[in-house]
Design a protein around this ligand. Structure first.
Ligand SMILES: O=C(O)CCC(=O)C(=O)O
Ligand SMILES: [Fe+2]
Length: 311
């Protein structure tokens, strides 16, 4: 019998990740642990959990304050993450993979409109990583994680996932060694393209709602296009989307093909190549996304509110 190279993922999970770009790892932590970690959320929002009339904004992205060590808190998720990126040693030690309470709370996004299933024209498709210039091998967003801190029901604000989006994104980035920006830059900065998520989503046909129970974790290929969805149920949906930083850029030309991570294999599969030599044709570049200023302001407001409550 061949020993599996993987700690947590089954052969079926591996196939699913290579074909659809994601895998759901169920039951990574208890409902009780989820409740404990999310308990401060209502005070942080300044809303009453039992009074929807106080829920002023449909969706809120809270800043991260408390951190969790994933290996201790959710060992199964940690093992699956290591399986996907090719081992713990491929994860950055400067920027370790941690989870925090930067909750994305979807309370009633689009609830006044009838439910619309995902299509290529749905609003908000994007690839995560608004803080760097994107290359095929970018280490800054090595994996996309969706941690479900509440139950997430169909039509209840689940993240939409374009399960066939690794292909178009891989082909675009392979054709653009100069990289691409995740949002428009001031004129004259550079002539590198801006990622057009609408164009990248246009050929996609396979859409999934990332539903599940508190304690489930979706691990997605970093190229996967995804979007917020409507929460027509108006049941609070709480997730986080921690990034994972790789220790080194991905490699698609490893001398030993057994050394390719599953994330790298998914890219090669999308490019229909057994190996691929890639070198960025411009410097890697960090960017300050517009959301940072918004989140700083929100954190200051939240601190004022929590300080007021303590008196
Ligand atoms: O809220 C969601 O379902 C998705 C959020 C998301 O993708 C993001 O903030 O990058
Ligand atoms: Fe995202």
């Amino acid at each position: 019998m061949v020993m599996s190279r993987f700690q947590v993922l089954s052969e079926g999970d591996v196939d699913q990740f290579l074909t659809t770009g994601f895998v759901a790892v169920r039951g990574c932590f208890s409902r009780r642990a989820a409740e404990e970690f999310t308990r401060p959320v209502w005070d942080r929002l300044g809303y009453a959990a039992d009074d929807p009339s106080t829920w002023a904004e449909p969706v809120v992205h809270l800043a991260g304050r408390r951190r969790l060590d994933v290996r201790d808190f959710a060992p199964k998720a940690w093992g699956a993450v290591c399986d996907l990126v090719g081992g713990e040693e491929r994860i950055s030690t400067d920027r370790p993979y941690v989870w925090n309470d930067g909750f994305i709370v979807n309370l009633w996004q689009g609830a006044d409109e009838p439910w619309a299933p995902a299509t290529p024209a749905s609003p908000g498709w994007h690839k995560d990583g608004d803080f760097f210039r994107h290359f095929l091998d970018s280490p800054e967003q090595g994996l996309l994680t969706l941690v479900l801190w509440s139950d997430v029901r169909p039509r209840g604000g689940a993240t939409f996932v374009a399960a066939d989006s690794v292909g178009p994104v891989a082909r675009f980035l392979a054709a653009h060694p100069e990289g691409a920006y995740p949002f428009p830059q001031p004129p004259g900065v550079d002539d590198a393209p801006v990622l057009s998520f609408a164009d990248l989503a246009a050929p996609c046909r396979e859409f999934v709602e990332a539903t599940g129970e508190a304690g489930d974790v979706y691990l997605l290929h970093p190229y996967i296009l995804h979007a917020k969805s409507q929460n027509v149920l108006r049941l609070p949906r709480i997730i986080t989307n921690p990034p994972l930083t790789l220790a080194e850029p991905m490699r698609f030309d490893r001398p030993d093909p057994g050394e390719f991570s599953l994330v790298e294999r998914a890219v090669l599969r999308a490019l229909d190549r057994p190996r691929f030599e890639f070198a960025p044709a411009a410097e890697r570049q960090g960017l300050v996304p517009p959301r940072v200023a918004i989140q700083r302001q929100r954190l200051a407001e939240e601190e004022r509110r929590l300080a007021g409550k303590a008196h």
